[in-house]
Design a protein around this ligand. Structure first.
Ligand code: NAP
Length: 253
């Protein structure tokens, strides 16, 4: 079978079935990317893939848990049977862990690190060889302002999540050095973005949050998608190893 060669670049978005990942995929579609969504939610994946394909690009999806090293390689091998290369990787898949040091179990700590931090490693490790072969690539890692602030409130500790998100920033900077000049690696740190992950909490505390945000509103997946698509497609590019905060200037943390 001939590989696709119609000029579109290919972007893989983990956790792309909904929320910020889907916002990133939609923004990348407007830049002409073909899209591969990776997620654990079957129904949402099918629905979102159809929505993207209806915009005239090629879109496909894979069920995969990003914490599994071998599954990442398996999916990437499958993608590369149909495409010459993967041009963009958005490491976005994530899950909340609002537990303090004395409440969290070892398994919950491991899961948080494995999904957020090891997930970025697994997918970068799987995708980068094809980027190096093609001589270019863009990786955008989704961190969080929690990497800096440590979490939302004293009442709701997010120390494991914050540790994983801060780890992503270290990985971003180090890989940016290792993989340049052909591949850029940057991070985006969202503030309070209204998605399924944060919906209930933000609904309950909407006024409080909005009051503490200079732009006086919660963020949307589209706000993050625009920045990710910029980092993925800006030419010429001189941005590497950076963490861009997209939070409307939020000072309630
Ligand atoms: P979301 O609406 O829950 O979307 C995340 C998607 O990733 C879900 O479909 C989720 O499925 C999937 N996912 C979770 N674990 C996975 C795994 N191991 N393998 C593959 N897919 C997995 O969340 P979101 O708000 O869009 O968050 C996206 C990213 O932005 C996360 O990394 C999050 O930490 C980060 N972020 C979000 C905010 C915010 O305010 N929303 C702020 C800062 C950073 P399940 O629901 O089944 O787990």
């Amino acid at each position: 079978m001939n590989k696709r060669n119609h000029g579109n670049s290919v972007a893989v978005v983990t956790g792309g079935a909904r929320g910020i990942g889907l916002g990133c995929a939609k923004a990348l579609v407007t830049k002409g990317f073909d899209i591969v969504l990776v997620d654990v939610l079957d129904e949402e994946l099918k629905r979102s893939t159809a929505t993207l394909a209806a915009k005239g690009v090629h879109a496909e999806s894979f069920m995969a848990d990003v914490s599994l090293f071998e599954r990442a390689q398996e999916v990437v091998d499958d993608i590369l049977t149909r495409y010459e290369s993967i041009d963009v990787l958005v490491n976005n898949a994530g899950t909340p862990m609002p537990k303090g040091l004395l409440d969290i179990s070892e398994a919950e700590w491991d899961r948080t690190i494995n999904v957020h931090l090891k997930g970025c490693f697994n997918w970068s490790r799987a995708v980068v060889p094809s980027m190096l072969r093609s001589g270019s690539g863009r990786i955008v890692n989704i961190s969080s302002i929690s990497a800096y602030s440590g979490g939302v409130t004293r009442a709701v500790s997010k120390f494991a999540y914050a540790a994983a998100k801060a780890g992503i920033l270290g990985m971003t900077r180090s890989l940016a050095k290792e993989l340049g000049p052909s591949i850029t690696v940057n991070a985006v740190c969202p503030g309070a973005i209204k998605t399924e992950l944060t919906g209930k909490m933000l609904d309950e505390r909407s006024a409080e949050f909005t009051e503490g945000i200079s732009l006086q509103r919660l963020g949307t997946p589209e706000d993050i998608g625009e920045v990710v698509a910029f980092l993925a497609s800006v030419e010429p590019n001189f941005i590497n190893g950076q963490a861009i905060t997209v939070d409307g200037f939020q000072w309630i943390t």
